[in-house]
Design a protein around this ligand. Structure first.
Ligand code: ZN
Ligand code: ZN
Length: 276
């Protein structure tokens, strides 16, 4: 059941304009193949195409890397790790560019300046064009020990989400009674439901340490929107009741979520990452 935000108990007439569809992926440990949708499993990659490497920002000291390891990952090119595969047949709601039917999410499991978390690289491809898949991908010289990923399969659950009130423009907030309290931005507002943590496609961002901002696409100026959330833990699902638990990822020692924002004009434009 989706809980609707209210203004101190009163209905907000325009609130449903802000509903967004979401697909919660509900990962659980499994043994997926490269022809499956999954997280942390094998990637369908052509053997004659260069494996993707991290293109920055620079690798930071991180948490548990030794000085030698930090020096190493700063001096050599770091191959990415397969993070997720999403096939169009399973997730038609993804904005696949023409001719593509597979979204591949690659991760650099090191700490990065500016991101302060793992780096993410997206590849949109036509799965049928991969006739000779790469058997053994390259392995990074070191990964941050607090980050980890294990192979998972999905039990997707489709629903809708309302945004956190931080997302609303001031013109709309100004018309709401709860927002006239002097210190309402300090935290949770009783009449406005929170967003649970989940690894998902679409929906809204669970802002925790930061605020919305920086969504303008550097390639075309459009406003980038939440494409994926890679959450380190899962709260109980408001739609299907799946209990809280681990997610198969440990993307941050602090149980955080890596949010990926993509351009609505072309998802191959530069994505934005925000670790929350
Ligand atoms: Zn990196
Ligand atoms: Zn764009």
């Amino acid at each position: 059941m989706i809980i609707k935000p209210t203004d101190n108990g009163r209905e907000i007439p325009w609130i449903d304009d802000w509903l967004r569809p979401v697909v919660r992926l509900h990962p659980s440990p499994g043994t997926p193949a490269r022809t499956d949708s999954h997280s942390g499993g094998p990637m369908l990659w052509p053997s004659d195409e260069p494996w993707p490497h991290c293109e920055g920002p620079a690798h930071a000291d991180g948490y548990e890397l030794t000085d030698e390891q930090v020096e190493l990952v700063r001096s050599v090119s770091t191959p990415l790790i397969g993070g997720m595969q999403l096939y169009r047949r399973d997730f038609p709601e993804l904005p696949f560019p023409d001719g593509t039917d597979l979204l591949q999410v690659f991760l650099c499991l090191l700490e990065h300046e500016d991101i302060w978390g793992p780096n993410v690289h997206l590849v949109w491809r036509a799965a049928g064009e991969v006739t000779d898949p790469l058997a053994e991908p390259p392995v990074p010289a070191a990964v941050e020990p607090v980050y980890g990923i294990r192979p998972c399969v999905f039990s997707p659950c489709r629903s809708h989400e309302y945004p956190m009130y931080y997302e609303l423009p001031n013109e709309l907030l100004d018309g709401l009674e709860f927002a006239s309290a002097p210190d309402f931005r300090g935290g949770g507002v009783e009449c406005w439901p929170g967003l649970g943590d989940s690894t998902k496609i679409g929906g809204w961002t669970r802002w925790y340490r930061g605020m919305p901002g920086g969504e303008e696409c550097p390639d075309c100026g459009a406003t980038r929107v939440q494409l994926l959330a890679l959450a380190s833990s899962e709260d109980e699902c408001a739609e299907c009741g799946r209990p809280e638990g681990g997610a198969g990822w440990t993307l941050d020692g602090r149980d955080d979520t890596v949010n990926v924002f993509a351009c609505p004009e072309d998802p191959r434009h530069t994505p934005r990452l925000d670790v929350q």
